[in-house]
Design a binder for this molecule. Structure first.
Ligand code: NAG
Ligand code: NAG
Length: 150
């Protein structure tokens, strides 16, 4: 049991899990609210429900595709893992979406938001849309740039 706990700790510490406000500030610095039609709070809410702020979140879908990283970006359309047939619209390797540095993930998420809007994310539609999401950036020292476009 103790070994298991230690192993789990090792696995957990090797993945970067953002703290809520740290993520809010990172997204703010990247201009996420300015270059998309969604507010910072919407983006923080989205990542909470898509990946629980975990940069190494990896989930397999029923259609055989895989969702990668903090924004759970799909390898059928946006990134390529070199195996699964992909449109690779963001022109990146899916592995780049699992790193501690989320700048590529942010860049790709902006492209998705531009093409499909934030409604492209199930986690946002199911948990953030039409809700008061202000608590997601509360106390983070970042301001709501816009109210989001939904
Ligand atoms: C945001 O929405 C407005 C109004 O629909 C549109 O004119 C603008 O191009 C959109 N901006 C982005 C970044 O999607
Ligand atoms: C993250 O990666 C980008 C390039 O993808 C780079 O410009 C930036 O300096 C990196 N940030 C850190 C904190 O390493």
């Amino acid at each position: 049991m103790r070994t298991l706990v230690l192993l789990l700790l090792l696995v957990l510490t090797s993945a970067r899990i953002f703290e809520r406000c740290e993520l809010a500030r990172t997204l703010k610095a990247a201009g996420m609210d300015v270059s998309t039609n969604a507010s910072l709070a919407d983006w923080v809410c989205l990542t909470k429900h898509e990946s629980n702020y975990n940069t190494q979140a990896l989930n397999h879908n029923r259609d055989g595709s895989t969702d990668y990283g903090i924004f759970q970006i799909n390898n059928r359309y946006w990134c390529s893992d070199g195996k699964f047939p992909s449109h690779n619209i963001c022109k990146i390797s899916c592995a780049d979406l699992l790193t501690d540095n989320i700048s590529k993930a942010i860049w790709c998420a902006k492209i998705i938001a531009k093409q499909q809007g934030i409604k492209a994310w199930y986690g946002w539609c199911a948990h953030c849309k039409d809700r008061d999401v202000s608590s997601y950036i509360e106390g983070c020292g970042v301001q709501m740039k816009n109210d989001g476009f939904k």
